[in-house]
Design a protein. Structure first.
Length: 490
């Protein structure tokens, strides 16, 4: 039977390409929308993040002792921890954790629970590949593995991405090296295909490309080229048929994994332009997919303080969410034109300097009753906002249901770095720049729990859920060089 050229299902028998023959592929939308050294790269990234985060040195809270509520702590790293990933295996009562940081090292940790005594035991395995730059991202394929066509169960893998460009696969059970993949100039993010976990995506900031690999054969399948700047985030859609990515060029792009072709380009921030000195305008920072009852919505967070919700298959902008709140400034009543002009210039400078970037976004799981069209945005302003997309029309704004602001810290002194919706309850779990994890009830906008223990900014967070119990297992990596595991029981 001849193949249907319109069939976008992932190719079960992919044709591999020569990585050296990767070329830029044209956009098939018919114009619908019209290294430096290693130390320099890390320093630039740190400075860029620091410039967006308000008042990280919160003197009012630093004098107070931090109560450590974690169930387990790993102190293997000698520098800040930038990336964590986790997976909980209910059958063996074992939590697998991967961590990587500024010390150019990655580790595999396991925490096991003795069900008879309820005691925890933990192990740490240093991962062997000698990296020459900071670890940027980690991913397990364990949640997605199935049997292949021959009936063989695929191997549990851990993927480690690094700013030195290395993508390294390890056995997730024992940490043994499986393969080092050739890829982009640097690796900013990575994720596995949700149907089988045998295909891996990796995106680059330095060269603006996305690479796709077939893990069992250790071969490159596609190189997606088209972003006009670094690719800050990407993911497969839940059905695995499409890839979505966002970048510093302000676009969200949709790709066909089977052909490598661009299906659509959402130019969400094109009107923002660049600076007078030729510097790029604000870009997109984060991405979440799988929203809506059909799972085809994606939400993109921007440095302009807005989030954009798009329908990937319908190629439509569904909503623009104004997360950032312009600060109202009072006039001093001076009618002097020169003074008014000077004050206006100063206000403009202050507005430009004020941090407004959205750093985390997410959709409420559709299975939670009454919340199928909700989403969340979290910014460097420290505010979590809950939106109802049911009210959005023709790309306009949506109903702001809740504005969640911490009362235990001064305004905007602790920004949000990550957020995750609870798997079965209308709760949002957020990590903050002051080292705190907060749990919010999205229905009423109140904080219902805090998890403390870190003494510095949380850079990454991974949450697993114990099926049937509602317990959330929260893993965090921080600038204090620690990896911590918390349990939250609603």
């Amino acid at each position: 039977m001849a193949a249907n050229p319109n069939d976008e299902d992932f190719d079960e028998a992919p044709a591999f390409i020569d990585m050296n023959s990767a070329v830029e592929v044209p956009d098939d939308t018919n114009n619908e929308d019209t290294m430096m050294g290693d130390e320099a790269m890390v320093d630039d990234a740190d400075e860029a993040l620091a410039s967006k985060l308000p008042n990280l040195n919160n003197e009012s809270s630093s004098s107070q002792p931090v109560i450590d509520q974690s169930k387990a702590t790993f102190n293997s790293h000698t520098d800040a921890v930038y990336a964590v990933a986790s997976h909980y295996d209910a059958s063996s009562h074992t939590l697998s954790i991967a961590s990587g940081g500024g010390d150019d090292r990655a580790y595999l940790h396991h925490i096991s629970t003795n069900t008879a005594t309820n005691q925890l035991s933990q192990t740490t395995t240093p991962l062997s590949h000698p990296h020459t730059d900071s670890i940027s991202c980690l991913a397990f394929n364990t949640p997605y593995i199935t049997t292949d066509v021959s009936g063989k169960v695929q191997k549990n893998l851990l993927a480690v991405g690094c700013y030195d460009g290395a993508i390294v696969l390890y056995d997730a059970a024992n940490g043994s090296l499986v393969q080092v993949l050739e890829g982009p100039s640097d690796v900013e993010w990575t994720c596995f295909h949700p149907k089988g976990g045998t295909v891996l995506l990796a995106g680059s900031i330095a060269d603006g490309t996305i690479w796709m690999y077939h893990a069992p054969s250790k071969s490159c399948l596609q190189v997606f080229v088209g972003h006009e700047g670094g690719v800050t985030a990407g993911a497969f859609t839940p059905d695995g048929k499409l890839v979505a990515s966002v970048g510093q060029d302000g676009t969200c792009r949709v790709w066909a994994p089977k052909t490598g072709m661009s299906k659509h380009v959402f130019r969400l921030m094109e009107s923002m332009g660049g600076g007078d000195d030729g510097s790029p305008g604000p870009g997109l920072t984060c991405l979440a997919v799988g929203g809506g009852t059909d799972g085809k919505l994606a939400i993109c967070g921007g440095e302009d303080g807005k989030a954009y919700v798009v329908h990937i298959s319908g190629k439509k902008l569904v909503a623009t969410l104004p997360h950032f709140e312009e600060q109202q400034q009072q006039s001093n009543g001076n009618n002097n034109n020169n003074n008014n002009n000077n004050n206006g210039d100063a206000m403009d400078d202050d507005a430009e300097a004020e941090p407004r970037s959205i750093e985390a976004v997410g959709f409420c799981p559709a299975a939670i009753p009454g919340t199928a069209h909700w989403c969340a945005t979290g910014g460097v302003d420290g505010i979590l906002k809950i939106w109802n997309l049911n009210t959005a029309t023709s790309g306009g704004t949506a109903q702001l249901r809740q504005r969640c602001v911490r009362e235990d810290v001064p305004s905007q002194s602790a920004g949000i770095t990550r957020l995750t919706w609870h798997a079965s309850l209308p709760l949002v779990i957020c990590s903050y720049t002051d080292g705190v994890v907060g749990v919010w009830d999205a229905r009423v906008g109140t904080m219902v729990g805090t998890l403390t223990g870190h003494e510095d900014m949380i850079n990454d967070m991974s949450v697993s859920f114990v099926e049937g119990s509602g317990v959330g297992v929260v893993v965090t990596g921080s600038d204090d060089k620690m990896v911590k595991m918390f349990e939250y029981n609603p």
